[in-house]
Design a protein around this ligand. Structure first.
Ligand code: G1P
Length: 298
Protein backbone atom coordinates (compact mmCIF):
# COMPACT_ATOMS: atom_id res chain seq x y z
CA UNK A 1 0.00 0.00 0.00
CA UNK A 2 1.23 3.52 -0.78
CA UNK A 3 2.12 5.85 2.09
CA UNK A 4 -0.67 7.99 3.49
CA UNK A 5 -0.73 11.74 2.90
CA UNK A 6 -0.18 13.29 6.33
CA UNK A 7 1.06 16.77 5.50
CA UNK A 8 -0.29 19.77 3.60
CA UNK A 9 1.83 22.69 2.43
CA UNK A 10 0.26 26.14 2.29
CA UNK A 11 2.33 28.63 0.26
CA UNK A 12 1.60 31.98 1.90
CA UNK A 13 4.56 34.20 1.13
CA UNK A 14 3.00 36.05 -1.83
CA UNK A 15 2.73 39.82 -1.73
CA UNK A 16 -1.00 39.96 -2.42
CA UNK A 17 -0.68 42.72 -5.01
CA UNK A 18 -4.14 41.99 -6.43
CA UNK A 19 -5.60 43.19 -3.15
CA UNK A 20 -3.68 46.37 -2.44
CA UNK A 21 -3.95 48.53 -0.42
CA UNK A 22 -5.69 46.07 1.98
CA UNK A 23 -2.62 43.81 1.83
CA UNK A 24 -0.03 46.52 2.38
CA UNK A 25 0.37 45.68 6.07
CA UNK A 26 -1.77 42.56 6.33
CA UNK A 27 -1.30 39.13 4.75
CA UNK A 28 -3.91 38.43 2.08
CA UNK A 29 -4.38 35.02 3.70
CA UNK A 30 -5.86 36.86 6.70
CA UNK A 31 -8.58 38.70 4.76
CA UNK A 32 -11.84 37.56 6.36
CA UNK A 33 -14.59 35.81 4.43
CA UNK A 34 -17.51 36.75 6.71
CA UNK A 35 -15.60 36.14 9.97
CA UNK A 36 -12.87 33.62 9.20
CA UNK A 37 -9.57 34.39 7.48
CA UNK A 38 -9.13 32.86 4.03
CA UNK A 39 -6.37 30.52 5.13
CA UNK A 40 -8.56 28.99 7.83
CA UNK A 41 -10.99 27.72 5.19
CA UNK A 42 -8.12 25.89 3.52
CA UNK A 43 -6.75 24.55 6.80
CA UNK A 44 -10.21 23.27 7.79
CA UNK A 45 -10.55 21.61 4.38
CA UNK A 46 -7.22 19.85 4.93
CA UNK A 47 -8.22 18.74 8.44
CA UNK A 48 -11.58 17.43 7.18
CA UNK A 49 -9.69 15.53 4.45
CA UNK A 50 -7.61 13.67 7.05
CA UNK A 51 -4.37 15.70 6.95
CA UNK A 52 -2.46 15.75 10.26
CA UNK A 53 0.20 18.42 9.80
CA UNK A 54 0.15 21.82 8.18
CA UNK A 55 3.27 23.48 6.83
CA UNK A 56 2.84 27.16 6.05
CA UNK A 57 5.46 28.80 3.83
CA UNK A 58 5.55 32.39 5.03
CA UNK A 59 7.53 35.52 4.30
CA UNK A 60 8.09 38.93 5.79
CA UNK A 61 4.99 40.63 7.18
CA UNK A 62 3.11 37.38 7.67
CA UNK A 63 3.30 37.00 11.45
CA UNK A 64 -0.48 37.52 11.80
CA UNK A 65 -0.88 34.03 10.31
CA UNK A 66 1.31 32.50 13.02
CA UNK A 67 -0.55 34.39 15.74
CA UNK A 68 -3.88 33.26 14.32
CA UNK A 69 -3.09 29.55 14.70
CA UNK A 70 -1.42 30.07 18.09
CA UNK A 71 -3.06 30.19 21.53
CA UNK A 72 -4.15 33.68 22.60
CA UNK A 73 -4.09 33.62 26.42
CA UNK A 74 -5.17 37.22 26.92
CA UNK A 75 -8.12 36.90 24.59
CA UNK A 76 -9.19 33.56 26.04
CA UNK A 77 -9.00 34.90 29.62
CA UNK A 78 -11.03 37.95 28.70
CA UNK A 79 -13.72 35.91 26.93
CA UNK A 80 -13.84 33.43 29.82
CA UNK A 81 -14.20 36.16 32.45
CA UNK A 82 -17.04 37.71 30.45
CA UNK A 83 -18.81 34.37 30.03
CA UNK A 84 -18.61 34.53 26.19
CA UNK A 85 -18.64 30.78 25.72
CA UNK A 86 -19.35 30.64 21.98
CA UNK A 87 -16.59 33.09 21.11
CA UNK A 88 -14.19 31.31 23.44
CA UNK A 89 -14.93 28.01 21.70
CA UNK A 90 -14.39 29.65 18.28
CA UNK A 91 -11.05 31.12 19.34
CA UNK A 92 -9.84 27.90 21.01
CA UNK A 93 -11.05 25.90 18.04
CA UNK A 94 -8.53 27.63 15.77
CA UNK A 95 -5.45 26.82 17.86
CA UNK A 96 -6.74 23.29 18.62
CA UNK A 97 -7.35 22.58 14.91
CA UNK A 98 -4.04 21.00 14.00
CA UNK A 99 -0.26 21.25 14.39
CA UNK A 100 1.19 23.97 12.21
CA UNK A 101 4.84 24.54 11.42
CA UNK A 102 6.40 27.33 9.42
CA UNK A 103 9.21 27.79 6.97
CA UNK A 104 10.29 31.03 5.36
CA UNK A 105 10.49 31.79 1.68
CA UNK A 106 12.97 34.63 1.86
CA UNK A 107 12.42 35.88 -1.68
CA UNK A 108 9.24 35.79 -3.75
CA UNK A 109 10.64 33.50 -6.45
CA UNK A 110 7.41 31.73 -7.35
CA UNK A 111 4.98 29.01 -6.30
CA UNK A 112 7.34 26.17 -7.23
CA UNK A 113 10.10 27.78 -5.18
CA UNK A 114 7.71 28.12 -2.21
CA UNK A 115 6.86 24.41 -2.38
CA UNK A 116 10.56 23.56 -2.62
CA UNK A 117 11.13 25.49 0.61
CA UNK A 118 8.98 22.88 2.40
CA UNK A 119 11.20 20.00 1.28
CA UNK A 120 12.91 19.38 4.64
CA UNK A 121 9.67 19.55 6.60
CA UNK A 122 7.82 17.26 4.19
CA UNK A 123 10.58 14.66 3.93
CA UNK A 124 10.31 11.57 1.70
CA UNK A 125 6.54 11.20 1.72
CA UNK A 126 3.56 12.25 -0.36
CA UNK A 127 1.95 15.55 0.56
CA UNK A 128 -0.77 17.98 -0.41
CA UNK A 129 -0.47 21.59 -1.54
CA UNK A 130 -3.32 24.00 -0.83
CA UNK A 131 -3.51 27.53 -2.25
CA UNK A 132 -5.71 29.42 0.16
CA UNK A 133 -6.80 31.99 -2.47
CA UNK A 134 -8.88 29.21 -3.98
CA UNK A 135 -11.75 28.73 -1.57
CA UNK A 136 -13.74 25.63 -2.45
CA UNK A 137 -17.18 24.83 -1.19
CA UNK A 138 -17.94 21.13 -1.66
CA UNK A 139 -19.90 18.37 0.01
CA UNK A 140 -16.82 16.15 0.05
CA UNK A 141 -13.82 18.44 0.63
CA UNK A 142 -11.95 18.97 -2.65
CA UNK A 143 -8.69 17.74 -1.14
CA UNK A 144 -10.43 14.55 0.05
CA UNK A 145 -11.66 13.97 -3.52
CA UNK A 146 -8.05 14.21 -4.76
CA UNK A 147 -6.76 11.95 -1.98
CA UNK A 148 -9.22 9.26 -3.05
CA UNK A 149 -7.73 9.36 -6.56
CA UNK A 150 -4.17 9.38 -5.18
CA UNK A 151 -4.95 6.34 -3.04
CA UNK A 152 -6.42 4.52 -6.06
CA UNK A 153 -3.63 5.23 -8.57
CA UNK A 154 -0.69 5.90 -6.25
CA UNK A 155 0.19 8.87 -8.43
CA UNK A 156 0.19 12.66 -8.17
CA UNK A 157 -3.15 14.30 -8.91
CA UNK A 158 -4.17 17.93 -9.31
CA UNK A 159 -7.56 19.63 -9.22
CA UNK A 160 -8.86 21.14 -12.44
CA UNK A 161 -11.99 22.94 -13.59
CA UNK A 162 -13.31 24.15 -16.92
CA UNK A 163 -12.76 27.85 -17.59
CA UNK A 164 -13.89 30.05 -20.50
CA UNK A 165 -11.16 30.15 -23.21
CA UNK A 166 -10.45 33.86 -22.67
CA UNK A 167 -9.56 33.16 -19.01
CA UNK A 168 -6.84 30.59 -19.84
CA UNK A 169 -4.05 33.10 -19.30
CA UNK A 170 -4.88 33.34 -15.58
CA UNK A 171 -4.19 29.65 -14.92
CA UNK A 172 -2.02 26.65 -15.51
CA UNK A 173 -3.76 24.72 -18.31
CA UNK A 174 -3.51 20.96 -18.85
CA UNK A 175 -3.61 18.90 -22.00
CA UNK A 176 -5.25 15.70 -20.80
CA UNK A 177 -6.95 12.55 -21.94
CA UNK A 178 -10.19 11.42 -20.21
CA UNK A 179 -10.09 8.16 -18.28
CA UNK A 180 -13.04 6.06 -17.20
CA UNK A 181 -13.21 5.93 -13.42
CA UNK A 182 -16.13 4.70 -11.31
CA UNK A 183 -18.16 4.34 -14.51
CA UNK A 184 -17.75 8.02 -15.49
CA UNK A 185 -15.50 9.52 -18.15
CA UNK A 186 -15.85 13.22 -17.47
CA UNK A 187 -13.93 13.79 -14.22
CA UNK A 188 -10.63 11.99 -14.33
CA UNK A 189 -7.88 12.72 -16.87
CA UNK A 190 -4.35 11.56 -17.47
CA UNK A 191 -2.20 14.60 -18.14
CA UNK A 192 -0.22 14.69 -21.38
CA UNK A 193 1.25 18.16 -21.00
CA UNK A 194 0.69 21.40 -19.14
CA UNK A 195 1.53 25.05 -19.53
CA UNK A 196 1.50 27.95 -17.07
CA UNK A 197 -0.72 30.89 -18.05
CA UNK A 198 -0.77 30.44 -21.85
CA UNK A 199 -2.21 33.00 -24.24
CA UNK A 200 -5.80 31.91 -24.97
CA UNK A 201 -4.82 30.93 -28.55
CA UNK A 202 -2.05 28.67 -27.21
CA UNK A 203 -4.12 26.95 -24.49
CA UNK A 204 -4.21 23.18 -25.07
CA UNK A 205 -7.69 22.83 -23.47
CA UNK A 206 -10.13 24.62 -21.19
CA UNK A 207 -9.08 22.60 -18.12
CA UNK A 208 -7.46 24.95 -15.61
CA UNK A 209 -5.39 23.97 -12.60
CA UNK A 210 -7.01 24.98 -9.31
CA UNK A 211 -5.02 25.29 -6.10
CA UNK A 212 -5.25 21.75 -4.73
CA UNK A 213 -2.51 19.22 -5.46
CA UNK A 214 -1.50 15.82 -4.10
CA UNK A 215 2.16 15.32 -4.89
CA UNK A 216 4.86 12.72 -4.38
CA UNK A 217 8.30 13.71 -3.09
CA UNK A 218 10.00 13.39 -6.53
CA UNK A 219 8.46 16.77 -7.32
CA UNK A 220 11.22 18.34 -5.21
CA UNK A 221 13.95 17.08 -7.57
CA UNK A 222 11.96 18.41 -10.52
CA UNK A 223 11.50 21.82 -8.87
CA UNK A 224 15.21 21.96 -8.09
CA UNK A 225 16.07 21.05 -11.70
CA UNK A 226 13.93 23.51 -13.67
CA UNK A 227 14.73 27.04 -14.78
CA UNK A 228 12.57 30.04 -13.94
CA UNK A 229 9.54 30.18 -16.22
CA UNK A 230 6.67 32.60 -16.57
CA UNK A 231 7.31 35.92 -14.84
CA UNK A 232 10.89 34.83 -14.11
CA UNK A 233 9.57 32.59 -11.32
CA UNK A 234 10.00 28.89 -10.52
CA UNK A 235 6.56 27.61 -11.45
CA UNK A 236 4.93 24.56 -9.87
CA UNK A 237 3.30 23.84 -13.25
CA UNK A 238 6.77 23.63 -14.87
CA UNK A 239 7.94 21.30 -12.08
CA UNK A 240 4.96 19.02 -12.71
CA UNK A 241 5.64 19.08 -16.45
CA UNK A 242 9.21 18.00 -15.71
CA UNK A 243 7.93 15.20 -13.42
CA UNK A 244 5.58 14.00 -16.20
CA UNK A 245 8.64 12.54 -17.95
CA UNK A 246 9.14 10.18 -15.01
CA UNK A 247 5.65 9.24 -13.91
CA UNK A 248 1.97 9.64 -14.78
CA UNK A 249 0.09 12.57 -13.26
CA UNK A 250 -3.68 12.78 -13.11
CA UNK A 251 -6.10 15.70 -13.18
CA UNK A 252 -9.45 15.52 -11.42
CA UNK A 253 -12.38 17.79 -12.26
CA UNK A 254 -13.58 18.12 -8.69
CA UNK A 255 -17.19 18.44 -7.53
CA UNK A 256 -17.93 21.75 -5.83
CA UNK A 257 -17.78 25.52 -6.31
CA UNK A 258 -14.50 27.37 -6.36
CA UNK A 259 -14.09 31.06 -5.59
CA UNK A 260 -10.99 33.00 -6.52
CA UNK A 261 -10.82 34.87 -3.23
CA UNK A 262 -7.48 36.44 -4.15
CA UNK A 263 -9.34 38.55 -6.69
CA UNK A 264 -11.62 41.41 -5.62
CA UNK A 265 -14.69 40.25 -7.54
CA UNK A 266 -14.21 36.59 -6.57
CA UNK A 267 -13.77 37.65 -2.96
CA UNK A 268 -17.03 39.63 -3.01
CA UNK A 269 -18.90 36.70 -4.57
CA UNK A 270 -17.57 34.32 -1.93
CA UNK A 271 -18.47 36.77 0.84
CA UNK A 272 -22.06 37.11 -0.36
CA UNK A 273 -22.59 33.39 -0.89
CA UNK A 274 -20.97 32.30 2.37
CA UNK A 275 -22.91 34.95 4.32
CA UNK A 276 -26.21 33.86 2.75
CA UNK A 277 -25.54 30.30 3.88
CA UNK A 278 -24.86 31.24 7.50
CA UNK A 279 -27.55 30.26 9.97
CA UNK A 280 -26.91 33.29 12.17
CA UNK A 281 -26.78 35.87 9.35
CA UNK A 282 -28.31 34.39 6.21
CA UNK A 283 -31.98 35.37 6.64
CA UNK A 284 -31.30 38.99 7.56
CA UNK A 285 -28.62 39.38 4.91
CA UNK A 286 -30.95 37.97 2.23
CA UNK A 287 -33.62 40.48 3.27
CA UNK A 288 -31.08 43.28 3.04
CA UNK A 289 -29.92 42.20 -0.44
CA UNK A 290 -33.52 41.98 -1.61
CA UNK A 291 -34.18 45.50 -0.33
CA UNK A 292 -31.55 46.80 -2.72
CA UNK A 293 -33.82 46.11 -5.76
CA UNK A 294 -30.75 45.57 -7.88
CA UNK A 295 -32.69 44.87 -11.07
CA UNK A 296 -33.77 48.52 -10.86
CA UNK A 297 -30.27 49.49 -12.01
CA UNK A 298 -28.86 50.82 -8.72
C1 G1P B 1 -1.29 29.49 -9.38
C2 G1P B 1 -0.69 28.45 -10.32
C3 G1P B 1 -1.61 28.22 -11.51
C4 G1P B 1 -3.01 27.87 -11.03
C5 G1P B 1 -3.53 28.94 -10.06
C6 G1P B 1 -4.85 28.49 -9.43
O1 G1P B 1 -1.27 30.74 -10.04
O2 G1P B 1 0.58 28.88 -10.75
O3 G1P B 1 -1.11 27.18 -12.31
O4 G1P B 1 -3.88 27.76 -12.15
O5 G1P B 1 -2.60 29.14 -8.98
O6 G1P B 1 -5.38 29.46 -8.59
P1 G1P B 1 -1.50 32.14 -9.26
O7 G1P B 1 -3.00 32.34 -9.23
O8 G1P B 1 -0.92 31.98 -7.90
O9 G1P B 1 -0.82 33.16 -10.10
Amino acid sequence: MQPKVRKAVFPAAGLGTRFLPATKAQPKEMLPLVDKPLIQYGVEEAVHSGVQNIIIVTGRGKSAIEDHFDVSFELENLLESRGKKDLLAAVRGVSDLIDVCYVRQKEALGLGHAVLRARELVGPEPFAVVLSDDVIDAETPCLRQLLDIYEFFNAPVIAVMEVPPERASAYGIVDAEPITHNGARDRLFRIRDMVEKPRPEDAPSNLAIIGRYVLTPEIFDSLAAIDPGRGGEIQLTDGLKHLLRRRPIYAYRFEGSRYDAGDKLGFLMATVEFALRRRDLGAEFREYLQSLHLDGGQ
